[in-house]
Design a protein around this ligand. Structure first.
Ligand code: SAM
Length: 342
């Protein structure tokens, strides 16, 4: 068995491998952190018993199925519906506040379907699940309420919607990168639910981009497994998905009306974005953690240029951006929301 410390990592073969993967998959590994790529390559080398990069390079050339395995080990497209669902609750609160509605005026439930999670892990009884739900609910409500008041009035969302019955434009939202569609579809589900309950609800345009063509094709199909739908609430599952038995588990087919709400683009956003829109909200979650310092700086500039003054940028819960290099100010540290200030 090869040990990680015995692996010989030749620079020339590293460059050859990166070029080969870029040509065959379109993946721009040059944007990613070197240590992240190296870790993935080494773990694949151990699996296929190669202690030198030269051997692994030759192995991958002769075994096309290894390309797929390498990409899977990278786990770059990982996403779930309502990932960190409290962030989506905050997003919903922002919209509600902007149109001068409160939670008690509408019906919405974003709580993950805890029963579905617990069935697999343990046999928790229903009162335990209920208590857990109540605790999560209270914690999120309190935190959201505290942070939202501070910045909502400066946001372009609020300014556009203050008098929304006379508002003729659109609220533009960009999910970038969107992986297999879980993120933009979560946004669309929230908007659809509000739209059905609030008269004269404004128009939202939701754009979603990813560099990975296959991920975009999968997004357009809109069928998901149990892992990617694990945070969908019972209410949203019933309302927006049809559940079908598949092997030992289930798959979840998203309703057509939600699919139609998204404009998908397969594109390398670092090079170009195919719309000329300026956005009120951008979700750019779980990309910054993978990419290197240079790529992060470039990406941030691109996002900043695409935001309205008062536009909001949502990044991943574990991500921090260097706002000293931009006009972006952290306005909600719990949910990692930045605002473009000028
Ligand atoms: C971990 S996923 C993020 C999914 C989603 N935002 C979320 O939070 O669940 C990262 C995605 O970034 C995409 N990506 C990487 N570089 C990109 C680029 N230059 N332009 C567009 N998408 C890119 C990958 O293809 C992958 O689908």
């Amino acid at each position: 068995m090869i040990r990680i410390e015995d692996i010989n990592f030749d620079e020339d073969y590293y460059n050859l491998l990166i070029r080969f993967l870029n040509k065959t998959t379109g993946l721009e590994l040059g944007y990613y952190q070197r240590r992240h790529i190296e870790k993935r390559i080494k773990s694949r080398m151990i699996r296929v018993n190669c202690d030198r990069l030269e051997l692994y390079y030759k192995y991958i050339l002769g075994n096309p199925t290894e390309i797929e395995k390498f990409l899977n080990s990278f786990n770059i497209n990982y996403s779930t519906f309502f990932r960190n669902w409290g962030v989506y609750e905050q997003f919903e609160d922002l919209i509600l506040k902007s149109v001068n509605y409160s939670r008690s005026d509408i019906f919405s439930d974003l709580h993950p379907n805890l029963e579905r999670k617990y069935i697999k892990k343990s046999k928790k009884n229903s009162s335990e699940i209920e208590n857990k739900k109540i605790n999560i609910n209270l914690k999120h409500k309190l935190r959201n309420k505290l942070s939202i008041e501070k910045f909502i009035k400066q946001s372009s969302l609020f300014k556009k919607l203050r008098d929304f019955s006379n508002f003729k434009g659109t609220i533009n939202i960009w999910s970038c990168p969107c992986a297999r569609g879980e993120e933009p579809y979560s946004i669309a589900i929230i908007i659809d639910n509000l739209m059905k309950q609030i008269p004269q609800f404004p128009e939202f345009r939701i754009v979603a981009s990813d560099i990975d063509e296959n991920a975009i094709e999968r997004a357009k199909i809109g069928i998901y497994n149990e892992e990617s739908t694990k945070n969908v609430s019972k209410y949203n599952e019933k309302k927006y998905f049809s559940k079908k038995k598949e092997g030992f588990g289930f798959n979840y087919k998203l309703n057509e009306n939600i699919k139609e709400m998204i404009e998908f683009y397969s594109e390398d956003v670092m090079k170009r974005h195919q719309t000329s829109l300026i956005y009120d909200i951008i979700f750019c979650r779980y990309l910054f953690i993978y990419i290197n310092r240079d790529a992060r700086k470039r990406f941030l500039k691109i996002l900043e240029r695409r935001l309205n003054i008062g536009g909001l940028l949502f990044v991943g819960k574990t991500e921090t951006i260097l706002s000293s290099q931009s006009n972006l100010k952290l306005v909600d540290s719990l949910n990692r929301i930045y605002m473009k200030i000028n």
